[in-house]
Every structure is written in C-alpha cells, then in structure tokens.
Design a protein around this ligand. Structure first.
Ligand code: TXA
Ligand code: MG
Length: 332
C-alpha cells in the first residue's frame, strides 16, 4: 500500500520553527494552505478548520477517508468555548489539563468550524496543545485549526519532521521543524457529550489522571450499532501500520524478524534479530511512548520480514502504547 515520497519535481519547503517560520506558517494557513506543525504529541498536518476547500485538500494530501472527523486546535479555553459548548465534565477536564495532550468531544458551535472538518457531526473534538510553536501559530492564525497527524492515512504518526517529509513531501506547502515530539503518541480523546465521559482513544494523558480529576471512572466505549458509522471513525482497526507484520507479546525472536524491546528484555533469538530497538532500557513508559513511532519506522525500514514486540506494562502511557501496537498488528 506504500506510495511514500515526493511527487516528481515539487519538494515541500522545510523551515526552522523560529519567528520567520511561525509567521510563514500562519500566513499559509490563513490562505488555505497545508502546513505540518510540531505539537507535543505528534506532528500535525494543519489547515484552516473554517475553510472547506482547505479541509478537502488536507483529506486528499493524507489519502484519508473523508468520513473521518478532525480535531479543532485552539490556543486556550476561551477560544475553545467559541468552537464547542463545554459541558460540566468538559469544563472540569479543560481547566485541569489544558493546555495538554487531551482532546475533548463536545457539542459543536456549528458556525465555528466547517461541517467537512467535523465530517458532518453535531459534535466537535477540541484540543489545546502545549507546544510553544503550535501555540504561537494558533494565536497568529486566529481561528480553529484542523490538524490530524501529518502522515499518509494508515501509516504510523510522525514524531520528527523527517517522518513528515517521508510521507507527505510534495503534497503539502510547508513543514516546520522543531525537533522530536516530547510525548510521542497522540492525545487522549474523551467524549463529554453524554452523561458519563467516555475515553474514545487512549493517548498522551493517562486514564488514571483523568479519572482522578473527575473523581469517577470513565465510561466504557461500547461498540456502535452501525459498523460503518463508528463513534470515533479514526478507530479503524488497522490504523497505525508499518508495512511488515507486527507480532505482539513475542516470547522469542524468529529468523528474519526485527525486535522491539522494552526495559532491556532479551528474549531467545534476540541475537539473530535483523535490527533491535529498546523503547526504554530503564523501563520508563513515558520514554517508550516518545520513541514508539520512530522505532517502528526504523524497524520497518530494516529489511526484516516482521517486527516482534515484547510484552509491555499497561499502566500510565502503557495503555496508549498497547492500543497503537494492537492497531499496528491488526490484519490488513
Ligand atoms: O495528538 C493529537 O491528537 C494529534 C495532534 C496533531 O494534535 N492529532 C490527531 O488527530 O491525532 P487525528 O485526526 O489523527 O485523530 C483524530 C481523532 C480521530 O480518531 C477522529 O475520529 C476523532 O479524533 N474525532 C474527531 N472528531 C470527533 C467527534 N466529533 N466525535 C468523535 N471522535 C472524533
Ligand atoms: Mg492519525
């Protein structure tokens, strides 16, 4: 499925994320352009969420199914209140965790984003990133910015400017390079439209922190009745996919495989692995999340026939890591 790389003849500009880069990014966004921006979770492919032409171009550049709604990024709670109606649970979580790696789904203020960005839904997903470059661009642009992860649809999310280039060179207007993403997995998404807040996607903010702030457990994500109209359409089973198969909870490394390890684990056969990465030799799950997508890309490019992954703990960011690995391993 991989058609990575540049369209012939036209390269995407890469700029440092300094004052000039930020000004140029904001200018391009207000003119309907597509700009890859650093955030603390992963690099996002940004466009003006109020401009349906820009949103349509973004779907095309990503090769993303157009029924998938996008997250509206804003710089602060006051701006968020213009894009959606923050319910009491949303207010609690927003005041505790924004800016931060948390996305809240709330009833939409329909005039504040194009229906195409919301995929026609009456709700809107809102996020306030901490990254100073994302903050500066959002303030300069002065409107809601849609920003899915800056990868081709189905590929793993980018945590470096070079990952964005590998997927989208020649298809977008600008890449702002601010070095590697600190968190490394996407934001946690919590749906606050119902009586009980529900986690739609585990991510950079652990479940434990959210439940402590709410003083109650999050509700369970029940499978939606219509398989073709999921609550969070981004939760397609195979979503974060390297090009080679991924084998989870591996207790040995088979001939031809690469090894994704954790905390120094060295299963039988590891010495024959074509390539090895340890997500965190010290066993730190935050560090593991930050390395996850970069290491999946590196092992995918190693020429191995498959990637064997050792078991990882589920606490903290371990839930998001397990979710992304499960998707990477899903049949496709
Ligand atoms: O960390 C992140 O969230 C990154 C950075 C760039 O901010 N963005 C990101 O966006 O991961 P994306 O488009 O790859 O994921 C958006 C997710 C999808 O699963 C989508 O289905 C869900 O948000 N979503 C968006 N609007 C929704 C809505 N109204 N109701 C339910 N789910 C929604
Ligand atoms: Mg994505």
């Amino acid at each position: 499925m991989s058609t990575r790389g540049a369209s012939p003849g036209r390269r995407t500009r890469v700029m440092a994320a300094d004052a000039a880069g930020i000004t140029e990014a904001a200018r391009l966004l207000t003119e309907g352009g597509l700009v890859a921006l650093p955030t603390e979770t992963v690099y996002g492919l940004a466009c003006d969420a109020t401009n349906p032409r820009a949103v349509a171009n973004l779907y095309t550049a990503k090769g993303r199914p157009s029924f998938n709604p996008l997250i509206a990024h804003v710089p602060d709670i006051a701006s968020a209140r213009k894009v959606g109606r923050l319910t009491p649970a949303a207010e609690t979580l927003a005041s505790r965790f924004w800016p931060g790696p948390l996305t809240l789904v709330v009833p939409a203020v329909e005039a504040a984003t194009s229906a195409l960005a919301r995929a026609g839904l009456p709700s809107v997903a809102i996020r306030v990133p901490t990254h100073p470059v994302a903050q500066a661009v959002l303030r300069a642009a002065g409107r809601a910015i849609a920003a899915p992860s800056a990868n081709r649809s189905g590929h793993v999310s980018p945590t470096r400017a070079s990952h964005v280039q590998a997927d989208l060179d020649g298809r977008i207007d600008l890449i702002l390079d601010a070095g590697p993403s600190a968190v490394g997995v996407e934001s946690t998404i919590v749906d606050c439209t119902g009586d009980v807040p529900v986690m739609l996607r585990p991510g950079g903010l652990p479940r434990e922190a959210i439940e402590a702030a709410l003083g109650a457990p999050l509700g369970d994500l029940t499978p939606s009745p219509a398989a073709d109209a999921p609550v969070a359409p981004g939760m397609l089973a195979s979503h974060y996919a390297p090009s080679v198969p991924v084998r989870l909870r591996a207790s040995e490394v088979r001939p031809g495989e690469a090894l994704l390890s954790f905390a120094g684990a060295h299963p039988p056969g590891a010495e024959t692995a074509l390539a090895v990465r340890d997500l965190s030799p010290a066993g730190d799950l935050d560090e593991a999340a930050a390395n996850l997508f970069d290491y999946l890309r590196a092992l995918d490019a190693s020429g191995a026939s498959a990637i064997a992954v050792v078991p990882l703990p589920r606490r903290g960011l371990g839930e998001a890591i397990a979710d992304r690995l499960r998707r990477a391993a899903a049949p496709r």
